[in-house]
Design a protein. Structure first.
Length: 131
């Protein structure tokens, strides 16, 4: 999501990509628990875009992309744990305590890594245009 947002610079595209990717898993034969994957992708994407949209960041800065990714990852953890619990999978209390903050950190780190990749893609594209 971080790479897409930095390159496109349009809030809202992440929700669309997350929704499409989530729905695609229902069509893949043998996909492991597509409802879980769709819930994770869609909830993360919606919160990611809402964070950037409600904060009104123009242009979208790397710091705000990382914070949006962290917020999306937090909600993704809570949403998927709630889904699993609702469908009858017993979730230990330790998961409810540890998963959201750990996912938040992983989301932030992943976004920072994605931003490095996006910068390299942009700089490579600029070099190609000048040749």
């Amino acid at each position: 999501f971080a790479v897409l947002t930095l390159i496109v610079q349009r809030v809202g595209t992440v929700t669309l990509v997350g929704a499409v990717a989530g729905v695609v898993f229902f069509a893949i034969p043998g996909a492991p628990f597509p409802l879980h994957i769709a819930t994770a992708l869609i909830s993360n994407a919606i919160v990611f875009d809402l964070y950037l949209k409600t904060a009104g960041f123009k242009p979208v800065s790397p710091r705000n992309i990382a914070l949006a990714a962290a917020a999306g990852s937090f909600v993704m953890a809570v949403a998927t744990l709630a889904l699993l619990q609702t469908l009858g999978t017993p979730i230990p209390l330790a998961f409810w305590i540890l998963a959201p903050p750990i996912d938040t950190l992983v989301g932030w780190v992943g976004a920072r890594f994605g931003l490095v990749v996006a910068r390299r893609i942009k700089s490579s594209a600029e070099v190609i245009r000048t040749v």
